[in-house]
Design a protein around this ligand. Structure first.
Ligand SMILES: [Zn+2]
Length: 178
């Protein structure tokens, strides 16, 4: 392995670890019984904030809320919850990386990611492909998000890697191991 390959391998291992952190947080903290999403904000080589798709603090979710047509009004997205959580704790997100296995939606997530000052978005290629098949209704908003991200000058890296069989990934009520 030459020096360049060694650097690429090292970066891949770093990216994989942060994606694993996001998946672990999702499966532990998501309140969506169907699809669990998680994300982590990384700055200077450290995870500074974590988020999952869940209700605002203090709002108790009931099965009725989750079964009804307004489910997504109760559940904040993982990326959104990172941004609001950072606001509460007074943690600046400027120049940090948003590790979010699935590509963000346009509203509220990408709008917030851009305005919070993130410099890049890192996604997991294998999950994005799986979700494009299982939940194609998100593709339109992701397309708008990608457009805004490019216009605003944020970098996107789609990382292809094996997450491992120790972390279940819940999509549409089923578990996957990527
Ligand atoms: Zn979103």
């Amino acid at each position: 392995m030459d020096e360049f390959e060694a650097i690429v391998q090292q970066q891949l291992e770093i990216d994989r670890n942060y994606l694993r952190e996001a998946y672990k947080y999702a499966i532990k903290h998501s309140q969506d019984p169907m699809t669990a999403t998680g994300a982590v904000a990384v700055k200077n080589g450290r995870v500074i904030v974590k988020g999952a798709n869940k209700a605002p603090s203090g709002v108790i979710i009931t099965p009725e809320m989750m079964a009804g047509p307004n489910k997504y009004s109760y559940l904040g997205h993982a990326e959104e919850n990172i941004i609001t959580g950072s606001a509460m704790m007074g943690i600046p997100l400027i120049n940090s990386s948003m590790y979010t296995p699935r590509f963000p939606c346009a509203v509220p997530c990408m709008r917030g990611i851009i305005n919070a000052g993130f410099s890049e978005v890192v996604t997991h290629k294998e999950l994005q492909e799986l979700c494009a098949d299982l939940e194609p209704e998100w593709l339109e908003t992701q397309k708008i998000a990608a457009e805004m991200m490019n216009l605003a000058g944020l970098r996107h890296r789609s990382v292809s890697c094996k997450i491992g069989n120790d972390i279940p990934i819940r999509v549409r009520g089923k578990f996957y191991y990527l």
